[in-house]
Design a protein around this ligand. Structure first.
Ligand code: ACO
Length: 324
């Protein structure tokens, strides 16, 4: 029997209007443009307006992806949304977006895998399509991470931004996603987390609040090592050599982490999509934002081989190898 693949047939993205540059940050954080740029590659980030939610950005990205795909919302049979900053605790942000799109009735759920959320969601959607259970799936990665930043903590506040990206996947006899790899190790939870919760209790200590906590240097080391083995594993799973890759579309957290992965793959930085300078780390939004930028700028062309990867809190790490 012929294989069924999940193919990307449209991409879209959305960014809040407000841009906060490193120079803007210097005015209220004890930091410098030079420190941020040399350590991370970040020059600016977009910040959600008051009242603008993850769902608002997800909706915009989804509408653009549907338009690019030429697919009506009513044709979707599933929406999977990666986020760690849902609009509300429930219903899921996927359900909120489904209703606003007018796709009522199809399956809709969120995936929380921190920064790996979109690639996890892509892996889930791919499995549904490959098994024949779904034909058209909308996959979104959307975040408003700056909602849980403490602007007094310079170690973390300079790193993050808000944004969303989306793809429409369709069942096809043409490749398609060749392989996805999803992993997690909850033993690392305290290196990168937001320890406030529902069941564990909303904390009431002064100055605690809903804040990201991160041991930056340790995260950096584990991320580089883990991504090295992840990309090897993904190529093996997809039966491909690194030399056959056209583009690396990595999670946009830190330029130095991205460069290390490119080096491991023997790829020049000309073959790597970099948006961390413009967007900073948008968590689940980062990979689909970079992909949409790559498609709309004409860099990524039909028939090219792409390797997508992400690493985030959990720790979680995930990848997808595909022909665009
Ligand atoms: N501005 C100026 N100085 C700062 C800032 C800042 N914003 N933040 C920290 N510093 C200071 C520190 O206090 C420290 O000062 P000290 O030497 O006097 O003690 C100094 O800068 C050096 O800090 P380091 O921790 O050595 O800096 P490092 O080179 O490791 O860079 C960074 C820090 C950028 C956080 C890096 O470790 C990193 O990117 N880690 C990965 C974390 C990450 O990307 N997390 C996102 C989520 S996970 C993911 O998506 C991969």
């Amino acid at each position: 029997m012929a294989q069924t693949y999940a193919r990307i047939i449209g991409t879209g993205s959305a960014l809040p209007e407000r841009v906060l540059s490193n120079a803007d940050l210097e005015k209220f954080v004890d930091t410098s443009d030079e420190w941020i740029r040399t350590r991370t590659g970040i020059r600016q980030r977009h910040i959600a307006a008051e009242g603008q939610t993850t769902g608002d950005l997800a909706l915009q990205a989804a509408q653009r992806a549907l338009e690019a795909a030429g697919v009506k919302a009513s044709e979707l049979d599933m929406i999977v949304l990666g986020t760690t900053t849902p609009d509300i605790i429930f219903p899921s942000t996927a359900c909120l977006v489904q209703n606003r799109l007018g796709a009522n009735g199809c399956a809709a759920f969120d995936v929380n895998a921190a920064c790996s959320g979109f690639v996890y969601a892509l892996g889930v959607a791919n499995s549904f399509i490959r098994s024949g259970q779904s034909k058209k799936v909308l996959v979104i990665g959307a975040e408003t991470l700056t909602r849980m930043i403490d602007w007094n903590e310079r170690e973390t506040c300079v790193l993050f931004g808000d944004g969303a990206g989306a793809v429409v996947l369709e069942a096809s006899s043409e490749p398609g996603i060749y392989a996805t790899c999803l992993h997690a190790d909850g033993g690392y939870k305290e290196l990168l987390w937001n320890p406030v919760g529902v069941s564990a209790g909303f904390r009431d200590e002064p100055n605690h609040g809903v804040r990201i906590k991160m041991a930056g240097r340790e995260v950096f080391k584990v991320a580089v090592k883990t991504l090295d083995s992840l990309v090897e594993q993904t190529l093996q799973a997809g039966g491909m050599e690194a030399s056959q890759l056209d583009w690396l579309i990595p999670h946009q957290a830190n330029l130095r982490i991205i460069e290390a992965t490119a080096k491991r793959l023997n790829m020049s930085m000309e073959q790597v999509i970099v948006t961390v300078d413009q967007h900073a780390n948008t968590s689940s939004g980062s990979v689909p934002l970079a992909l949409d930028y790559a498609v709309r700028s004409g860099k990524v062309q039909r028939g090219q081989n792409l390797l997508l990867e992400a690493f985030g809190g959990g720790f979680t790490w995930a990848s997808a190898l595909l022909r665009y």
